[in-house]
Design a protein around this ligand. Structure first.
Ligand SMILES: Nc1ncnc2c1ncn2[C@@H]1O[C@H](COP(=O)(O)OP(=O)(O)OP(=O)(O)O)[C@@H](O)[C@H]1O
Ligand SMILES: O=P(O)(O)OC[C@H]1O[C@](O)(CO)[C@@H](O)[C@@H]1O
Ligand SMILES: [Mg+2]
Length: 545
């Protein structure tokens, strides 16, 4: 809070000093982290680390010179030779999966899930005993979350734990069917609910959850209509689901069950879960939905209910932490680049044509960045993580003048959350409490028209806002596969007795993460990442400030 733009150079020098001073033992490990986040704040207007001010126990330095990462339960001192071990112990605790056996003394039973048909109780048709069959995932199986060893904090996109960027293994739990399960399938009632905005692939996940539940032998499967609202709104009836009913739902976009925002009252939802005798709840949604799912899981624990709450991360925005991507993102990008292509054709065919496309993304610029990269037709990509100015010598408008002069036309892709600081805030929120953003697309359209009128240069502005078209379609092939795997794994996770987890893909492997670890903040594009740099290489745009 004490630093402003003039101090950027100072912070930079301090970072360099901190790295060289670390061996002297006088520097608290987390001070470096704070310096990095301060530099990010000065550079990008926001911090990219989850650092929060605190007091360093070791050096007793006053805040804010010592910080503790919000996600870390222990404070690390990198001069302590055992810091790595402490980090890993803390990591294992954080990523340990909550289980129903944490509150119940339950005995598991052999799984009913098997891909081997016609087996005898003692073994399969070839005489192989079932316990030798290796189609199951062991509870001790792990996948590595990060695989790059950065040699310096200055490496592109570096995510370092200590100033040396030491290699520290960060293991997460592998997803999949276990040999032993904690529910009698015949007695299980399973429910599925889809919350938040629409997203391609919702129906694919619902369908796979139903298929997999039936494979275990579950007979009682229901859909909760219209998101969390379906738990307590009078007149909304649960929908019985079966393989037969959901067989073809993946052929259409949207949600077979309906979605909604707002109205999440955890205690009423859990009252309803109890009254309906639901044993497993599968929750499909984004950040807000995951926070809701975790609250339901915690409330079930408090009431000592044997209920497994398993989430599947859905959002076209791709803004959920730690995972490679959320389902629906790929399809949204594919649809978005169609809009860019139309803008390109319009701009290319007009005299001094300027194509402008606004793309969704409540907190992050992932759709805009990826659609710009995939289309290859964008000259200027603007995302919320990278501040820009429209006016002035280094502003976007001056660059558009240059583009019209040099190539005769241009295409701009702007993320809906970009440049909000340039607009008047409405202060309004939606039913879930999400801020309703001001319209950067319309603002830019007007500014561009006015600017070229003022300087007396003709410009033909074509504005495209594809909004709901990018998310109301059915999943493409890669999303359909992702949905299939995540949906099946969600069911395996519930039968394995986990609750308060999400089924996702990390570093190309399918894993379970505790929900608590993915809801601390929305995931955002790192302006230091190679991906953003690739986007800049592709568009050829300069810095706009
Ligand atoms: N912190 C929270 N605790 C409990 N419930 C929440 C919380 N935040 C949001 N919810 C509930 O979760 C549901 C979905 O939230 P939201 O509308 O923000 O969508 P989302 O899951 O983030 O998906 P999208 O990516 O479409 O925005 C809503 O019913 C909302 O009331
Ligand atoms: O208009 P709705 O349905 O509330 O949703 C709009 C928001 O939902 C998303 O599609 C997903 O979070 C955002 O990109 C967008 O800001
Ligand atoms: Mg949300």
């Amino acid at each position: 809070g004490l630093l402003d733009d003039n101090h950027f150079e100072l912070v930079h020098i301090l970072i360099k000093m901190a790295v060289s001073l670390k061996s002297s033992g006088s520097f608290c490990s987390t001070q470096l982290q704070w310096l990095h986040s301060t530099r990010d704040r000065l550079l990008y207007g926001s911090s990219h680390s989850n650092a929060k001010e605190c007091t360093c126990k070791k050096t007793k330095r006053p805040a804010p010179l010592c910080v503790k990462a919000t996600s870390m339960k222990v404070e690390l001192d990198f001069n302590d030779p055992s810091w790595k071990q402490k980090f890993q112990e803390d990591w294992d605790k954080r990523f340990n999966l909550p289980r129903i056996t944490d509150i119940y003394d339950l005995k598991p039973r052999p799984t009913t899930f098997s891909l081997k048909k016609n087996r005898s109780p003692a073994g399969d048709e070839n005489g192989t005993p079932m316990d030798k069959w290796n189609g199951y995932v062991n509870n001790d199986d792990r996948a590595l979350l990060k695989v790059i060893k950065y040699s310096s904090p200055n490496s592109a996109g570096a995510e370092c734990i200590d100033p040396d960027c030491s290699w520290v293994e960060q293991w997460v739990h592998r997803a999949g069917p276990r040999k032993e399960i904690y529910y009698e399938p015949e007695e299980v009632k399973a429910a599925i609910v889809t919350c938040g905005g629409l997203c391609p692939g919702l129906n694919d996940v619902i369908r796979q959850i139903v298929f997999t539940l039936e494979t275990y032998g579950v007979k009682n499967i229901v859909g909760i209509p219209f998101g969390y609202r379906g738990f307590f709104e009078k007149g909304l009836k649960e929908m019985p689901l079966s393989r037969h009913l959901v067989e073809n739902i993946n052929l259409a976009g949207g949600s077979f069950l309906g979605v909604s925002r707002g109205g999440a009252k955890t205690s009423e939802i859990v009252d309803s879960i109890q009254a309906r005798r639901i044993d497993m709840l599968f929750v499909l949604g984004g950040n807000g939905t995951h926070a809701g799912a975790n609250a339901i899981h915690e409330e079930c624990r408090k009431r000592k209910l044997k209920v497994s709450v398993v989430a599947v991360p859905k959002t076209i925005d791709n803004d959920i932490l730690l995972m490679d991507k959320t389902f629906g993102f790929d399809t949204a990008v594919e649809e978005a680049q169609r809009a860019i292509n139309s803008a390109y054709i319009e701009a290319r065919s007009a005299y001094h044509g300027i194509g402008l496309v606004k793309l969704m993304g409540r907190s992050s610029g992932f759709i805009a960045m990826h659609a710009s990269l995939s289309s290859g037709q964008v000259d200027v990509c603007l995302i919320p993580e990278v501040p820009f100015t429209l006016d002035g010598e280094y502003g976007v408008l001056r660059h558009l003048e240059h583009l019209l002069k040099t190539k005769g036309f241009c295409v701009i892709c702007v993320a809906e959350a970009a440049g909000q600081e340039l607009l008047q805030k409405s202060g309004a929120t939606d039913a879930s409490g999400n801020v309703i953003l001001s319209d950067i697309g319309v603002h830019m359209q007007q500014k561009i028209k006015m600017h070229f009128k003022d300087i007396g240069v003709p410009a033909d502005v074509k504005y495209i806002d594809p909004t709901y078209m990018v998310r109301a379609c059915r999943a493409n092939a890669s999303d359909a596969i992702l949905c299939t795997v995540l949906g099946q794994n969600a069911v395996h996770g519930a039968f394995a007795g986990f609750s308060g987890i999400t089924s996702c893909i990390c570093n190309t492997h399918y894993v379970y993460l505790p929900i608590t670890e993915v809801i601390t903040a929305p995931k955002r594009v790192n302006p230091n990442s190679r991906m953003w740099h690739r986007c800049l290489t592709s568009t050829g745009q300069p810095d706009f400030h």
